[in-house]
Design a protein around this ligand. Structure first.
Ligand code: C5P
Length: 393
């Protein structure tokens, strides 16, 4: 892939792995990218400004308030960049960024940066295992940053363990990958539903299912990484950098979905919606009686997907189905019956994928008769494959 017209901003922090970034800059330049470097003052103990300047063929930024035009430097550099790679990322800088501290040019840019951020940490293995650092990394992940985990091996501090900057080739490939996908869904509104609905019986009891919401979350994350405006309608708590609406029941989900649907381009119904709800919700806790049985009457929920498809104009609607037998036949029948554009089928007879698992294997059917299988892979990968495939159809 040629990186012409791509603006890559590399943030370098104070760690011995800083020298490895020189090689990385050369690789980006060879691919025709425009590269700018921002250094923390400490990083210049490990690499010189002159080296970075010569390699990137651009001015190297270190000082704040070194203002050359009306726009503050941290804003104009953030605006310029398509992607912000921080490598090596020290424990100190990771923690500052995670907490919004902006006490040098690099951390100020990070605070003002709203596009894709990739962080490649490098540090001593005890620092890496420190609970505070792991929590801060998780905060960054939840805000959409991609963390390239360090590798295990001999560390410059003399110890052996996990903490070594991951390979330069891996960092290079991750940046290319992110740039390739970052604008695939730009300008599109994507709605994703996730999790199992909760159908209340009384104030303390409910009927639900084992859906973890992980597949829906992975699809929403992928859509966000592909540049879409995402709305995730979910029954689960999650901390993500885009709009989420938490719902409980199928009826709640339908109401919110109807409100969001009109200006949507793509709707992915990954939620496990209950087919039935309790007919008479009890305002008071149902007491144990002397009877040996208790009967709770259920009524049918609307099929949200089918109803949406009846009213769709230009929206592309994707349904999911969980099948335990005759997957091909049942999926094709369901696709037609529901009236959606695509149906993603999971085989729930398998223990190693699907419900609650971090991996999945799916077959996707289009209403035009196209079929594509995506082999077992982390849900994150499957999510991107599904969105990409749909986007090319
Ligand atoms: O019919 P089945 O439950 O297998 O269909 C699953 C698909 O239909 C999923 O996309 C799910 O979100 C959707 N669905 C729905 N409303 C229901 C039941 C399922 O939208 N009441």
């Amino acid at each position: 892939m040629t990186l012409s017209n791509k603006h890559i901003l590399i943030g370098i922090t104070g760690g011995i792995a800083a020298y490895k970034i020189c090689e990385l800059i050369r690789k980006f330049k060879k691919s025709n990218a425009d590269v700018k470097i921002v250094c923390t003052p400490n990083s210049l103990n490990f690499v010189t400004k002159l080296t970075l300047q010569n390699l990137s063929q651009n001015e190297v930024f270190v000082q704040e308030f070194d203002v050359k035009n009306w726009k503050p430097e941290h804003i104009s550099i953030a605006d310029w960049a398509d992607i912000f790679l921080i490598a090596p990322a020290s424990a100190n800088t990771i923690s500052k960024i995670a907490n919004g501290i902006s006490d040098n040019l690099l951390t100020s840019i990070a605070c003002a940066f709203s596009k894709k951020m990739i962080i490649a940490p490098a540090m001593n293995f005890n620092m890496w295992n420190n609970e505070a650092i792991q929590k801060n990394l998780n905060r960054l992940r939840c805000r959409g940053a991609e963390i390239l985990e360090p590798e295990s091996g001999f560390l410059a501090c003399g110890y052996t363990g996990k903490g070594r900057l991951c390979g330069v080739n891996k960092i290079f490939d991750s940046v290319i990958e992110a740039l390739k996908y970052s604008s695939v869904l730009q300008g599109q509104k994507v709605i994703v539903t996730a999790g199992g609905t909760i159908e209340e019986i009384d104030p303390v009891r409910y009927i639900s299912n084992y859906s973890s919401g992980k597949m829906g979350l992975a699809i929403a994350n992928s859509a966000y990484n592909m540049g879409a405006e995402v709305v995730l309608i979910t029954t689960k708590d999650c901390d993500v950098p885009y709009k989420t609406i938490k719902v409980k029941s199928a009826l709640d989900m339908q109401k919110v979905l109807n409100e969001e649907f009109n200006n949507a381009n793509l709707v992915v119904m990954a939620a496990a919606v209950a087919d039935y709800r309790v007919k008479n919700y009890s305002e008071q806790k149902i007491k144990k009686s002397n009877e040996e049985t208790l009967t709770i009457e259920l009524v049918k929920n609307p099929d949200i997907l089918t109803e949406l498809c009846k009213h769709k104009v230009n929206q592309i609607v994707v349904g999911f189905c969980a099948e335990s037998e005759n997957l091909f036949e049942n999926a094709k029948i369901k696709l037609e019956k529901k009236g959606c554009d695509f149906l993603v089928a999971n085989d729930i007879s398998r223990q190693d994928i699907g419900f609650n698992s971090d991996e999945n294997e799916v077959i996707i059917f289009s209403k035009e008769g196209n079929v594509q299988k995506f082999d077992k892979a982390p849900k994150k990968i499957i999510a991107r494959e599904i969105l990409e495939w749909i986007n090319t159809k």
